[in-house]
Design a protein around this ligand. Sequence first.
Ligand SMILES: [Zn+2]
Length: 265
Amino acid sequence: MRRRGAGLTARRHAASALHGGSRIRSVLSDTEIQRVLVFAAHPDDVDFGTAGTIAGWTDAGISVVYCIVTDGDAGGHDDSVPRAEIAPLRRKEQTAAAACVGVTDLRFLGYPDGRVEATLGLRRDLARVIRQVRPDRVVCPSPERNYARLGVSHPDHRAVGSAALDAIYPDARNPYAFPELRAEEGLEPWTVREVWVSGGLAPNHYADVTDTFGRKIAALRAHGSQTGHMDTLEEFLRDRLTQLAAQGGLPDGRLAEAFQVLDVG
Ligand SMILES: [Zn+2]
């Protein structure tokens, strides 16, 4: 059941408004969005960056699909866990985390963790998923290096962000790009209308996630192999999301996730 006006990501901003020195951009109303596709490099990326926003979307009846490029098989902290067990464990953790925010459709591409490059092959693989899912809105990592927060711009994140933006424009919409997708798989071109870049250098939209913060934390805790040792995870994120809310001009006491929204329709 679709519940409109849940007041989370439906928050609209005037395109010309300025808050905290950042230019704030208007976004498509969630009432115009039926499907969202989220690209991420590793299990847990989506939960650190965007799970609060996604919970608001699924509450509003929007269908959300995750496409996770690697299995995070270079992750973990415990030498006693055989490495071969990491990939299936992390898929299981990501699936449980997704369920915390209302997402049940996950596509794992199985690229090797730590070795992702923005190749033509990756572009084709991401364009394939775009044509399969036919999303109105796509979320992806930033392709830019963030010198202030290096962890955000892990090389796999940058490669997935770069390939995702190329897959959105021009590959998925151009019938003559990767013609085998149409000829052999029957996948017709698809035009994504809006892109939300996570972890970028110039956020211009701040989604209020105050009401879904608890589910974001639950999703992060589902990644036990990654967050089990993080005793102050909730406090850390509450501080960080409070700072982002202030940056976005939201009232005191609110929490926000930040995005650079691109109009690509
Ligand atoms: Zn990551």
